[in-house]
Design a protein around this ligand. Structure first.
Ligand code: ATR
Length: 286
């Protein structure tokens, strides 16, 4: 790749950003799609956010990804926010259109893409989401907006699950929403169609842990882990052993980045390119 006077700049803003795989993903996409752009990371403290935002316009940075801790605070500096990001009150993608900054959130779309790719229908389904943090919120909103029948949120701190339920109820009135303590016995008797881990239980270096006892679930279901290090978590290994369908967190990671690329550059990777990207990122994630 040659960098020249025509090269456009994209970046990730957050604190910390040093371990992020976003530069690896986006720079590979630029290479695959022959887009003359580079993607960098900027470690920005909260008190520096305002001046960073004005530099997006000054430097004509074409697109920005936003991560912890700026996803909410950044909204006040945007000219426009898309409907889903406004509902979530969290932005992870900004597009600079001739100096006008519009905010989006691709976390939910990135999550749902792997289900859609497998033709897994969401309408009328029962879903269990383990965890009630930032990732869980984006996932619960997108599941609810896809008209599932029932959503159960199980969290270590039950009050946080209850708070998330109250927030969801404002937007999605027709869905049954239940909340449990995350080791509650009811988790195993509800026969959910999809089980999603959004906590970091099972993440490297605690690879021997699983957020629930998968072998106790007797109905056939889909198991989806947001954790991508290791690629195959204990949660997913146990699900596979029990003949359930499984989806790895790396797919959500890649797809939320590709949704940003769709917003910025109308990028649509072919299957062969997607596989090349996935292989490369798996190598770097290890
Ligand atoms: P993220 O943005 O990745 O979702 P987060 O907002 O910090 O991160 O949320 C982390 C989630 O993982 C929370 O639901 C947290 O549970 P608490 O609300 O009780 O803190 C959950 N979590 C983290 N470590 C956990 C553990 N060891 N066991 C169970 N749940 C855990």
């Amino acid at each position: 790749m040659s960098i020249n006077s025509e090269t456009s700049l994209y970046c990730l803003v957050g604190n910390p950003v040093s371990k992020s795989l976003s530069p690896d993903i986006h720079n590979k996409v630029f290479e695959l799609e022959d887009i003359n752009s580079i993607y960098m990371t900027f470690n920005i403290k909260s008190e520096e956010l305002k001046s960073f935002m004005s530099s997006i316009k000054t430097l004509n940075i074409k697109g920005v990804n936003v991560t912890i801790p700026h996803k909410i605070d950044i909204i006040k500096y945007l000219d426009e926010v898309d409907e889903y990001a406004a509902k979530l009150n969290a932005v992870n993608t900004i597009k600079n259109e001739n100096g006008k900054l519009k905010g989006y959130n691709t976390d939910g779309l990135g999550f749902i893409k792997a289900l859609k790719d497998r033709n897994i229908e969401l309408k009328e389904k029962k879903c269990l989401v383990i965890g009630a943090g930032g990732a869980s919120r984006a996932i619960c909103h997108i599941l609810a907006s896809n008209k599932i029948k029932q959503l159960t949120i199980a969290n270590r701190t039950k009050e946080k699950a209850v708070k998330l339920k109250e927030e969801l109820k404002v937007f999605y009135k027709d869905i049954i929403i239940k909340t449990y303590d995350y080791n509650s016995a009811e988790i195993y008797t509800e026969n959910n169609d999809i089980y999603i881990n959004t906590t970091n239980v099972g993440m490297y270096p605690n690879e021997e842990q699983s957020p629930i006892e998968v072998e106790k679930i007797k109905n056939k279901a889909v198991f989806y882990d947001v954790v991508y290090k290791p690629l195959q978590t204990k949660f997913l290994k146990d699900a596979k052993l029990n003949k359930h369908e499984t989806i790895q967190g790396i797919e959500m990671l890649l797809n939320q980045a590709l949704e940003s690329q769709r917003i910025w550059n109308d990028v649509e990777l072919e299957a062969k390119e997607y596989e090349a990207l996935k292989k490369e990122i798996i190598k770097r994630a290890k």
